[in-house]
Structure formats: C-alpha cells, structure tokens
Design a protein. Structure first.
Length: 233
C-alpha cells in the first residue's frame, strides 16, 4: 500500500508545461528546481531516478511535443496511441516527480493500522483503498496525537498476538522487539503523512498499491483516470 503526497502546484506546473520542454528538462536535469522539498519522514526517489523513469516512459510513447504534457497525453489516448493504463502511468510518474514523498506498508500490516480507526474492521484488503475509508482515516487521525495513535497500534498488535496464543516475551522470540519497532515506525509515518495531507493546502494524497494499474490510483477528482479524461481539478 502506498500513500503518495504530491504538491498540487508542482504537479500542475509540470502537466501544463510543453511536453518537449519536459523531456528536455529531464534529459538536462534542469527541472529539479520545480520539485518540492522532500519530507524527511517519508520515502522519495532520487532526482536522477525520477528523471530516468520519465524518460524511459517518453521513449516508449510518441507524444506531440508542442502540446502541454497533459494535453499530449490526452491527445495520444484519444487517437489510441496510448491506452488508459499507459496514459495514467505517465501521469503517475510525473506525480512522483511532483511529490514530497510517500508512505508505504505491506498490505497485511495495514489492517493493524486501519482497523483501530474504522467503525468496523475491514472485511477485505480492497476496503482499505476505498475513498470512504480514507476519509475516515483522515478524520480519525486528526483527532489523535502521533504518540497516542502509535501506542494504540502497538497495544492492539500485542492483544492480537495473545489471542493467537503467541508470546509477547522478547526473550522467547527475538523478533518481538524489531517487529514492535517496525509497527511504531510505520504508524508514526502514517500519522505524519496524513497530517500533511490534512493541514497543507498544496498537498494531495494519492492512494494506490504496488503493481496496481495506474488508472486505479487516487480518489474522486484526483483519480488518475479522471485526470486523463477531464483534466486537473
């Protein structure tokens, strides 16, 4: 699972730029000043890696360099040079470039971080990606401090282990402490990421998962397929 935090202003500037200028800028590393400052509490790809991914995508797809980036992608899709999935993949790469970073966690662990916040435990992993679920997560985390939330996650994890008949004695299981530290780090990271989304007007959260088609990333007006179809909100 991934929560990508993009700078809306940076994303708009990149998508409104002429496509040929984007390609040239990535080749010459001259657009790095447009990239927002990274958040030290989140993950983010190095500039050179982001440039390489965008250029690799550009080499695979012939777009009109005289149009704006978004218009070039939309035009290529309309004439079937791009599938919707490929068009959204290009948008996602440009969003990654425009991001302050991302939070990620294994899906299996995500239940532990989300169930405490939801009215009822999620029935399946798909529920954790729903827009309504994230609206609740944003609201609930805004009511709790990072310390409070992290402690709740760790206590719930210990309760679950006891119910399964597993030990919580670190002397009996050397993996107990590293696992607890991992849950602490990930829950703190989720709280921090959602707080940025909640409090910074220029930040938008784009939710997706590894190996999920890019057209299914995001919610509502910021769903990538919606952006390709109707433009930026």
């Amino acid at each position: 699972m991934e929560l990508l935090l993009i700078s809306k202003s940076s994303c708009r500037e990149l998508l409104n730029m002429k496509w040929s200028n984007v390609v040239t800028g990535m080749e010459e590393s001259s657009l790095r000043h447009l990239r927002p400052q990274p958040d030290e509490h989140l993950h983010r790809a190095f500039d050179v890696d982001g440039e390489a991914e965008i250029l690799d995508w550009a080499q695979l797809h012939d777009l009109d360099g005289e149009l704006s980036t978004l218009e070039a992608i939309q035009e290529a899709k309309s004439v079937r040079k791009l599938s919707l999935a490929n068009a959204c993949e290009g948008i996602l790469l440009l969003m990654r470039w425009s991001s302050i970073g991302y939070w990620e966690a294994w899906e299996g662990r995500s239940f532990l971080y989300f169930d405490l916040l939801l009215p009822e435990p999620a029935e399946d992993i798909q529920m954790l990606y729903h827009e309504d679920t994230w609206a609740i997560v944003k609201s609930e985390l805004a009511r709790r401090s990072a310390k409070e939330y992290t402690q709740q996650v760790v206590m719930d994890w210990m309760r679950r282990r006891k119910e399964l008949g597993e030990t919580i004695d670190e002397k009996s299981d050397p993996h107990i402490l590293p696992t607890m530290q991992s849950h602490t780090r990930l829950s703190e990271g989720l709280h921090h990421a959602v707080t940025q989304w909640n409090t910074r007007d220029d930040i938008e959260g784009i939710v997706g998962r590894e190996h999920l088609s890019a057209e299914k990333w995001g919610h509502d007006q910021w769903r990538l397929s919606t952006i390709v179809t109707t433009g930026l909100p």
